[in-house]
Ligand binder design. Structure first.
Ligand code: UQ1
Length: 455
């Protein structure tokens, strides 16, 4: 069956399921819209908020345990499209097109799941209830909160305007709307001062801000426009980061610092971009100074943070993240609430690789909770950052809590701080393939390989 046919038949069967379920069938017509609050809540064994990498992996791994029937599991997400976000660095480097990385969300959800293509309005964990934007109420035995985080272009003054203006040399790989401006901007840049930024605070994939810099540097070097010694290089490069060093894990930070020096990139550490004022970038340094730098090209990584509906709910910690135990992924206050991925309080780097490790743990622990057992599985903080250091090479950083390396290929004698071509092909070809082929279907365990059975 072609994917279009498959999608049509999926939506037809889903429409039929919706028709069977609506109680009463007329409750959602215009005439009765004001009484939507009176409609009986719909109960599901498990409600999953978010159909990103975590939501799709978890919902399908749960289904694959064989313990759930039609519509036992509901998944809630207002998005029409699902994006393979780890691929956006490759788009910025001119290696992929953004449209080959997206799929219509309904095509990715098994027909056994009940998909609510809607936003969450509020959580009421004392009543085991989630209210949706259209007023519908869902009740649950277990709740999984995995809606990701918000990329906030508005938090840096002038960024939204500059990044969406086709004539400006400011670009950003972090949103679908802006990512395809990045490579043309790099390509047409002949000379001047280039700045690549990384903010303070939480970001998805803390390595991506410098991945795009290393690709741009390599592109300009191959074109003869970049040389490591600033005096005879048409282009100069600055990495301006809110962090005090190149990366949060000592082993990889050391290797990246060596690359930075060898390649003649200026390091402006503990500097946080606050404003873009024409051709001037305004930073706030850790010591509180305001530092202004002129630029001719700038790649900006926006501020990111919890969605308001999570932040303003009883589920959030002070920073706005879903407050779960670091190892069991269970909420610290509500024992039938779970979280993983970007929206969670888990103190590790926010990546899709982290989800490969978190999802099986959460599923095991949630299934045990349904049986009245204590959580049997523990997460060690595993995450990974395949760091593109040039075209054709990747440093495969893999680590766990405490910034301790946990390298999959260490057992074969590889030191993963050394950039390699094999890791580049993992990043560029294998991961995007296995993601849609297996991960979103609940069949990929990252370093553990394919998941044959999640029981
Ligand atoms: C991984 O499984 C994965 O998901 C498809 C990634 O893509 C985002 C990764 O970046 C990494 C590192 C993994 C981990 C898997 C192996 C084999 C190291």
């Amino acid at each position: 069956m072609s994917s279009r046919l498959l999608s049509l038949s999926l939506s037809a069967s889903r429409a039929a399921a919706v028709a069977r379920q609506s109680t009463p069938a007329t409750a959602r017509t215009l005439a009765t819209v004001s009484s939507v609050q009176d409609v009986a809540p719909r109960n599901h064994k498990v409600v999953i908020v978010g159909a990103g990498s975590a939501g799709l992996s978890i919902s399908h791994q749960l289904l694959r345990t064989g313990k759930f029937r039609q519509d036992d599991i509901a998944i809630v997400d207002p998005a029409q499209w699902h994006h393979y976000q780890p691929g956006w660095t490759l788009v910025g480097g001119g290696l992929k097109h953004k449209d080959e990385l997206k799929r219509p969300l309904p095509e990715l959800t098994d027909p056994k799941l009940k998909l609510y293509n809607n936003a969450v309005e509020t959580f009421a964990p004392h009543d085991n209830t989630v209210t949706l934007a259209d007023g519908a109420r869902l009740t649950y035995d277990q709740l999984v909160v995995v809606p990701g985080i918000k990329v906030d272009l508005a938090a840096i003054k002038g960024l939204q305007e500059a990044a969406t203006n086709p004539d400006s040399n400011v670009s950003c790989i972090y949103t679908y709307e802006t990512v395809d401006k990045v490579f043309p901007t790099i390509k047409r840049f002949k000379q001047g001062r280039a700045i690549f930024t990384q903010p303070t605070g939480v970001v998805k994939c803390a390595g991506a801000p410098q991945k795009i810099m290393w690709l741009a540097l390599d592109h300009w070097k191959r074109e003869g426009r970049y040389k490591p010694s600033a005096s005879d290089s048409p282009i100069t490069i600055t990495f301006a980061t809110g962090l005090p060093q190149m990366f949060g894990v000592a082993k990889y930070s050391k290797a990246l610092e060596e690359l930075r020096k060898e390649r003649g990139v200026e390091g402006l550490f503990a500097h946080d971009l606050t404003e873009i004022d024409g051709n001037t970038a305004v930073f706030k340094s850790a010591s509180g100074d305001v530092v202004r730098r002129t630029f001719d090209l700038m790649h900006v990584v926006p501020k990111m943070g919890a969605h308001a509906f999570v932040k303003n709910s009883p589920l959030a910690n002070e920073a706005g993240f879903v407050d779960v135990d670091d190892h069991t992924l269970r909420h610290k206050k509500y024992a039938n609430v779970w979280s993983a991925g970007d929206a969670s309080s888990l103190p590790t780097s926010k990546t899709a690789a982290a989800i490969t490790s978190q999802a099986p743990i959460l599923v095991k622990n949630l299934v045990a909770a349904l049986d009245g057992r204590e959580p049997p599985a523990r997460y060690d903080g595993y995450t990974s950052c395949p760091l593109l250091t040039e075209y054709g090479k990747v440093m495969l950083a893999e680590f766990k809590y405490g910034g301790e390396p946990k390298e999959t290929f260490g057992q074969y004698g590889f030191d993963q701080a050394t950039p390699r071509r094999a890791f580049y092909h993992l990043k560029k070809d294998f991961f995007p393939w296995v993601y849609y082929k297996a991960m979103v279907k609940g069949m990929w365990g990252g370093p553990k390989g394919f998941l044959i059975n999640t029981n």
